[in-house]
Design a protein around this ligand. Sequence first.
Ligand SMILES: [Zn+2]
Ligand SMILES: [Zn+2]
Length: 723
Amino acid sequence: MGEDIIVKTIFYEFRVYGVVQGVGFRPFIYKLAKDNNLNGNVRNEGGYVRIIVNDKDFDKKIQKNPPPLSDIERIEKYDTKEVHNSFVILESKDLHESFKMPSDIFMCEDCLRELNDPTDRRFGYYFVTCTNCGPRFSMIKDSPYDRENTSMDEFRMCKECEIEYTDPNNRRYHAQTTACKNCGPRLKFVNDNKNLVINEDKAIAYTIEKLKQEKLVSVKGVGGFHIVCKIKGVKRLREFTGRSEKPFALMAKNIEQIKKYCQVSKKEEELLKSKERPIVLLEKKNKLLDDVSELSTLGFMLPYTALHYLLLDKFDEPLIFTSNNLPDEPIEADFGLTHYILDHDRKILNKVDDSIIKVIDEKPLFLRRARGYTPTIIDVDGPDQICLGAEMNSSFVIVKDKKAYVSQYLGNTANEFAFDNYRFELHKWLAWLRPDIKKVMCDEHPNYNTSKYAKELASRFEVPLVKVQHHTSHLNSIRIKQGFDKFIGISFDGTGYGDEKTIYGGEIFFYDGKYKRIGSVERQKLIGGDSGTKTPRKILFGILRKFMKLDEIKKLDMFDDAEIKLIDQQIKSGFNLFDTTSVGRMLDAATALIGRCNNGNTYDGRCAMLLESRAKNNPLKLNPLIEEKRGLLKLSTTHLFKFLIDNLDKDKQVLASTVLHYIADGFIEIIEKINKDNLPVVFSGGVSYNKIIAKKFFDKGYITNHVLPCGDCNISFGQIQLN
Ligand SMILES: [Zn+2]
Ligand SMILES: [Zn+2]
């Protein structure tokens, strides 16, 4: 006993790293210390939680049952000369040496119970949150995460809230977003002239009334506004947004409601119910919502705020929840676009879109990584730097103190508003992180806004500008995480700058410290540059022209005389003509041939996704034709199209399936020809989302991105220079 007392007078310092701020960590430590009769203190530092305590095994106690939202990376232990005779929580120190910002998450079960409990003082309050839940990143001004550094600083806590906030035994102890009806943010229903129509509780009832009348209502959420409407309002929504074909996401009040329309696997259900609450793309099981999505999938999410629950509660079917922005523009966080707007007075400081995940072979693939997951922080071994990414599906990365901070999805930077928002975010993150920049990285494409801006930044910071090839960046995004020093990589997508005249997009590389291109799909003509990308028929024409006479093409009844003459002229003159090895473009052309691709790529990846949606039955037997040209193994796509022409009378679903199997089998055959040493094989780029191709690759043990998206959003991370 006496010995125990002596031991307990020796204090230790513990530093806990990981996701440990804004997740109820300090009250947890406080309670743990109190329960064990220990003395000392706990405080948030810039990048960790620092604990002084008279127990040398305190780290083991922490690890036993940490708060649900925390994610402990490591705990360091140091000696200290400090001595204390009670245990207290100290205020945060304003340190910029590191940056930890928690992500926006759902509303927890405890809060949901309060929301629905008529005896609770937060009954029906649309902004219920606690230490374990609620928005975070979207309302942060600066690190560390404390109330005065968030947009909640405008709301002075009432007496009751303050008592909860300062009681270490309360679930809302230091819950920075805590509020109640008396002191927190308020709802207001306004019209598009910003005139107040109706306030608070009545605003919800009014919103429900308008939705039931099939009106479109803009609803302010966590990272921006949504446009919400009933399923029956979809036609009106298409007219209003100008998205005549693009699928819309839906929100359902529970998983049972989703299962009426879609198949939900174990992994998909887990993701839908996860605290990040992403949109999950699910396979339809009936045609009930074909007006909402022309694809074989529907994007569903579950409610993630109290307001969502209050709205959904009054409907027995899902509601359409689509982001409130014009095509290609960033999500709007300051105002709703529709005539009816459900607004509130808590500012959104950082715009974040809903995240989108597709599950293939029970593995998650991010189409968009944003709300719930931002900021993404990954350990990397490189100097401080900025990586600006590509153009579509943009993101940036700032490396600081051997950590890569990956921004949220920032849309298509070819759009000036999206690019403005991109720059705005970049500068904000630079101010938060204050890196000691040694390099600036960008794509090789000279005309991307991000590439031009990288040049400007490099000269401003007086550091070297490094241009990284698009498709090797895709592969780097996996290599850097996996640490491979030798591997084979497939990089395939729609577009990426290759060399002067070729647009890459179906490449195989060997890596052993340097990249060597060893395989590719056959070159085809991309007629008319960008307009050719939007109209796959032109690419199809170019492929068919390789082996068909003009009158044979005419007999297909797909092109009229004038068109045939025009495109053929274009090919002959070489005007605005590029070569492309892009798999995305080949899938487009196949969709154009097999049918059902009217209007072309009216949204990103549309034709390829239609092909995937169609590919249901077993493929026809077609062995890949691999040809060796100038040291490169090439998968012949002309061979595929000849076969399709010969079999055009066959079932279209079978043909669609044949195309995807041919591409996958072709890549696999090339890999097996060259991979004598059984090196790891990775694949990345937008085509990775294709479920047939990805499944075949997974069956072979190939690896893709599961934290970062597979598409161009991973380019910024893949540009990181490790030395
Ligand atoms: Zn909660
Ligand atoms: Zn209050």
